[in-house]
Ligand binder design. Structure first.
Ligand code: ADP
Ligand code: ZN
Ligand code: ZN
Length: 720
């Protein structure tokens, strides 16, 4: 007797097939089983979903197709995993099939049952945990009192926890200790540790490996991020799913790892925007971590030196409505305990502001900053200069006719890259050789406007041309060797392995001055850097984006955290800011290393303006060939809202703002428009978006003539 099964498959975003599909199976299969099913001419991977209702069986049962196969070597996905996927789809307004299938390793979709069978056999043959080499006890570290207190609190309370620890206060050691306690306590327990960027995984991986491989075997630790090959990703996934991997270390996608013994989730640098997906289901892995923790009874530990204002607000005292437990570690490792640790060995760097109003006109690097860098070189120390813009210059410009290097396909300028003499659009990728003369008037004298990291590197080399490295005098360089400048940004690290090689050079001391984008400001543990400089941080001070100050503050705090990590040289480490607004409260707070003060002031502003976390937002975005069509689509769904079920009640708590063009209005010849939906109640917003979704689908389906190509909802958007 054939059984009726509901099966989730991956269906395209705007497909009318949004729920599970029905198939026949000769045997009953529990929900969560992985199967292959026919769809049209194709055969797809599917996940057996909850039992279909009786009503669904009635129509057209005779037309249903049978399953093509069952991946029976893989245990069904757990109820908790399915609930996580269901919640994510519902909260972020996507189809369950899309979320479920995107959460599985891509290779699972491609391999035939036979190929998979071979893979599983190989996997089973992998050595048992702990069987590789002698079992050395992990090096044990004496925790600082602050660390010990945090670890004890985490053991004794349910959480979620916000570990608010200064850069270099030893947060990672707290993660290691918590994981260690967990693994020792139960042989089945698993821990998930997330970092914001692939670039930061190797470092953390090395520390976890050093700690846990000796006792639990190298296989006990697996990585999960998009830089891995499909085969590696499948292998990690299987290891996590089978319980063989005790620790999963990954980027945001790892939040969906199937882990039967999950007992701890760590979200390092929880404030980082990379935790929010910007495509498909626009989920926040940090927020899902908190949800998943509650769902599975796993402890959740969010860590940051500059928490997101949302998490900070959630960790206010319980009496004021806080839901997270805040654990503070204010002292840097190696810093003497005391009220003023600024400037002391191992302490936080002194913040110095250069008032650019009093510097020579058009100067990019102010004389006092250059002087300070030259002194560093003379002492054999390193400096780091960052500027958040890659390329040579953001625009190429003709002084005669006013031509600028606009992109033909986007409402943005193409960036001049001198190294290969190209104009590249950083939005759509459109690239051309730099013209010999102005394309509009023929003037041969077109010039770069503004400055990116490539130009800054060149400029620094000129300005520091006379500075010599100490103790390097030789026959070849009687006065000593010239300064070594290196640049790290997305352009210099395009090839796999180049970032690691460049970082190794910095660590080895082969670099005196490191230039780069925010890529170098985050996470990397540079021991001998005693000067960090932000060349032009002013842009974010007056941005229309409410989160711009928060992001700038955390970036500068993180960058400052790169300096003076080595107690031997840290005593005089400095963070330099070149600004036209030295008295700005953001810089004042930064000077005091006062995240709490900064956050309090920001939260007050947010509260007065009824912005998140005091309200809840969603953006509906539409893309079309014309701006008119994109806005027309949004206007149509907006005006349909009052006719929806429950509309009267829901709309009392919801504001739908009129559609507007997005900041970058056109990308790759697609006009973009968006509409903000806001509510003081998360529940009301969720319910409203739920009933509204059908309208979005129908409006697009009913009006193909309007030319709306795509729409998407972004719940809890990071920028507006
Ligand atoms: P964070 O993650 O807060 O930036 P880390 O965990 O990376 O800080 O710690 C900073 C440095 O201090 C690291 O080199 C780490 O090995 C070291 N460290 C951490 N905890 C201790 C400790 N209890 N004793 C000695 N060194 C420590
Ligand atoms: Zn011209
Ligand atoms: Zn473009």
């Amino acid at each position: 007797m054939n059984q009726l099964l509901s099966v989730l498959v991956h269906t395209p975003a705007h497909s009318p097939l949004r729920g599970p599909l029905s198939y026949l199976s000769p045997q009953p299969l529990p929900p969560g089983s992985l199967v292959r099913v026919p769809l049209g001419q194709r055969e797809l991977l599917g996940v057996v979903w909850d039992a279909p209702s009786a009503a669904a069986t009635a129509p057209a049962a005779e037309r249903l197709r049978p399953l093509s196969g069952v991946l029976d070597g893989i245990a069904p996905l757990s109820a908790a995993w399915r609930e996580l996927v269901r919640f994510c789809a519902s909260y972020y307004q996507r189809s369950v099939g899309e979320v479920a299938l995107a959460a599985l390793p891509p290779q699972l979709r491609e391999l035939s049952s036979a190929q998979l069978g071979r893979r599983l056999k190989r996997h089973a043959k992998a050595p048992e945990p702990g069987s590789d080499g002698p079992q050395i006890a992990p090096e044990s570290i004496a925790m600082t009192p602050e660390q010990a207190r945090a670890v004890a609190e985490i053991a004794q309370n349910p959480g979620p926890f916000l570990l608010f620890g200064a850069t270099g206060s030893g947060k990672t050691e707290v993660y290691l200790q918590c994981v260690q306690a967990l693994l020792a306590e139960s042989p089945q327990a698993q821990a998930l540790v997330m970092v914001p960027e692939i670039n930061l995984t190797p470092q953390l991986e090395a520390r976890f490996h050093a700690r846990f491989a000796p006792r639990y075997g190298a296989q006990a630790l697996v990585a999960m991020h998009s830089g891995m090959t499909p085969a590696q990703r499948l292998q990690s996934w299987l290891a996590a799913h089978s319980g063989a991997a005790r620790i999963v270390l990954g980027t945001r996608m790892a939040i969906f790892a199937s882990m039967p013994g999950l007992k701890l989730i760590v979200v390092d640098e929880e404030h980082d925007p990379s935790y929010k997906s910007q495509e498909g289901a626009r989920y926040s892995a940090r927020d899902l971590a908190v949800y998943r923790g509650r769902l599975e009874g796993a402890r959740v530990l969010l860590g940051s030196a500059t928490p997101s204002l949302e998490s900070w607000h959630h960790s206010r005292p319980t009496a004021e409505g806080g839901r997270y437990q805040r654990l503070t570690m204010a002292l840097r490792i190696g810093a003497a305990a005391g009220p003023d640790q600024v400037g002391a060995a191992g302490a936080l760097p002194r913040v110095r502001r250069v008032d650019m109003n009093h510097q020579p006109k058009h100067c990019v690097l102010s004389p006092p900053l250059l002087q300070a860098m030259a002194e560093r070189v003379a002492r054999g120390e390193q400096s780091m200069v960052f500027l958040n813009r890659r390329g040579y210059a953001p625009v190429l410009h003709c002084g005669d006719c006013g031509w600028k290097s606009e992109c033909a396909h986007c409402s943005a300028f193409r960036v001049f890259h001198k190294i290969d003499r190209t104009l590249r659009c950083h939005h759509c990728g459109f690239t051309e050789r730099v013209p010999r003369a102005c394309p509009a008037c023929g003037n041969p004298d077109i010039a770069p406007l503004g400055r990116g990291t490539e130009r800054l590197e060149e400029h620094l080399a000129e300005l520091l041309a006379d500075v010599r490295r100490p103790g390097t005098a030789s026959a070849l360089h009687p006065m000593g060797e010239p300064v070594r400048i290196a640049r790290i940004d997305a352009d210099t690290t395009r090839l796999k392995g180049t970032l690691a090689a460049q970082l190794a050079q910095v660590h080895a001391g082969d670099v005196d001055v490191l230039v780069g984008t925010q890529m170098i400001a985050k996470g990397h543990d540079f021991r001998r850097i005693t000067l960090v400089a932000a060349v032009n941080p002013d842009g974010a001070l007056f941005s229309s984006d409410v989160r711009a100050p928060e992001r700038l503050f955390s970036l500068l705090m993180q960058a400052a955290g790169r300096a003076g990590r080595d107690a031997a040289v840290g005593g005089h480490s400095e963070m330099w800011l070149q600004t036209h607004y030295p008295q700005h409260p953001l810089f004042e707070a930064l000077k005091r290393h006062d995240y709490a003060g900064f956050a309090a002031q920001q939260l007050l502003e947010r509260q007065q303006a009824a912005m998140p976390p005091f309200s809840f937002q969603a953006l509906v975005r539409a893309e079309a060939r014309t701006q008119e069509a994109a806005q027309g689509f949004l206007e149509a769904v907006r005006s349909a809202a009052p006719a929806l079920p429950e509309a009267e009640r829901l709309l009392a708590e919801i504001t739908i703002f009129p559609p507007v063009p997005m900041t970058i209005q056109r990308i790759a010849d697609m006009e973009r428009s968006q509409m903000l939906v806001e509510s003081p109640s998360r529940a009301a917003l969720q319910r409203f978006l739920g009933v509204w979704q059908e309208t979005l689908h129908l409006t697009r389906a009913e009006a193909p003539g309007r030319g709306v190509v795509r729409w998407a909802v972004d719940v809890d958007p990071l920028s507006i």
